[in-house]
Design a protein around this ligand. Structure first.
Ligand SMILES: *Cc1c(COP(=O)(O)O)cnc(C)c1O
Length: 367
């Protein structure tokens, strides 16, 4: 029997709110205003309020949010930024686009940065820590904040996978100077094209970000800095506003799916994800580990169940970063995770039958 289950699918989440989304799309198309207009302004207000931060600035992507964050903080050539070794490569690009050097730290058992290893990596060049709330789970912010305070480091958060995730009741993105978000369609709060944003409590940083996103101009044709074209468009902002209204329910649905996996998966060969006490996860991914990954993927594929690896090559071993001079063995934990992690199908609108099919297949995986 073939399951025909994709690792992720976005059509279901569209149909859940089809009427509202289609009405908003038509409204924007008919409005005659398509980039940085009233929908963007409203979205910025609503997303700032949702996260509990003072300012939100809409941007064109999550990568832009990251590199512009370091740009407005004045971090660049000669500076070091500590980032976890097991992240999506965009986190690292946010650092290197500015000419700064990424210094990698090993992950903990929750796939976040291991806060206990930060101290030993701080040098006189270290300017900031980039924490990634990977797979939807908030990192150990208490300890990370302590290190930042002790060494006067800036803190930037990569929240591309953690919309709505909290640590000690406080939302990810509000711990540091700047929280960076992606609204790429597959993220928990997904647009229907590329989109991103930053949140901050600092008025100057927000102002600076608004200047940078629009060619460095505050007043039309008066350019203060060499900026970027990273404007959020009205269509994406409008559709994100619709989705944001339903984000709590969408997150609850992901939590239920994840809980059921944890409750019902029973196979000694599979290591299940754990959640740190005091922090929570919005389950961007449900990531298991197994030494028999290749065999498991093929076994599932034969039954029509698709899975994805997030991520098979850690940034320090990526061809793109060959010039950093790292080798296999430099970050053994991150490398082990890269060799063994596997993301199970989990998406809004996944049916009970689909999940039952996946669970039964996994529980009868003979190894
Ligand atoms: C998706 C993602 C990004 C980049 O976001 P884009 O909108 O694709 O540019 C950055 N960091 C992490 C952890 C991501 O998952």
């Amino acid at each position: 029997m073939a399951g025909n289950i994709m690792p992720n699918r976005l059509d279901r989440a569209f149909y859940q709110y089809q009427d509202e989304l289609e009405a908003k799309a038509l409204e924007v198309l008919r409005s005659g205003w398509y980039v940085l207009g009233p929908e963007v302004q409203e979205f910025e207000k609503e997303f700032a309020q949702y996260t509990g931060s003072r300012y939100c600035v809409g941007l064109a992507s999550g990568l832009d949010a990251l590199w512009l964050a370091f740009r407005v903080l004045g971090i660049g050539s000669g500076d070091e930024v500590i980032v976890q070794a097991n992240t999506y490569i965009a986190s690292v690009m946010g650092i290197t686009i500015n000419g700064a050097t990424p210094v990698f730290v090993e992950p903990d058992i929750f796939y976040n940065m291991d806060a206990s290893r930060l101290e030993e990596l701080v040098t006189e060049r270290t300017k900031a820590i980039l924490v990634v709330h990977l797979y939807g789970q908030a990192a150990n912010m208490e300890e990370i904040l302590e290190v930042c305070k002790r060494h006067r480091l800036r803190l930037v958060e990569d929240c591309a996978q953690s919309h709505g995730a909290c640590c000690q009741g406080k939302m990810t993105g509000t711990f540091g100077e700047i929280g960076c978000f992606s609204f790429y369609p597959s993220k928990n709060l997904g647009a229907f094209g590329d989109a991103g944003a930053i949140i901050t409590d600092d008025e100057e940083l927000a102002k600076s970000m608004r200047i940078y996103r629009n060619y460095g101009s505050e007043k039309r044709y008066y350019n203060k800095v060499v900026g970027a074209n990273s404007r959020l468009d009205e269509l994406q902002a409008g559709l994100l506003r619709v989705r944001l209204r339903h984000l709590s329910r969408l997150t609850a649905e992901r939590r239920e799916l994840a809980c059921r996996y944890t409750r019902e998966l029973q196979n000694q060969r599979l290591h299940l994800p754990q959640v740190r006490p005091g922090c929570d996860s919005v389950w961007h991914q449900y990531v298991i580990r197994t030494k028999e990954r290749e065999g498991l993927m093929q076994y599932l594929e034969r039954q029509g169940i698709g899975t994805i690896i997030h991520y098979p090559i850690p940034p320090h071993l990526s061809e793109a970063y060959a010039d950093l001079g790292h080798q296999r063995g430099d970050y053994p934990l991150a490398e082990e995770y890269a060799d063994t992690v596997l993301s199970l199908p989990l998406y809004n609108g996944m049916t009970r039958e689909e999940q039952t099919f996946v669970i039964e297949a996994l529980n009868s995986f003979p190894g």
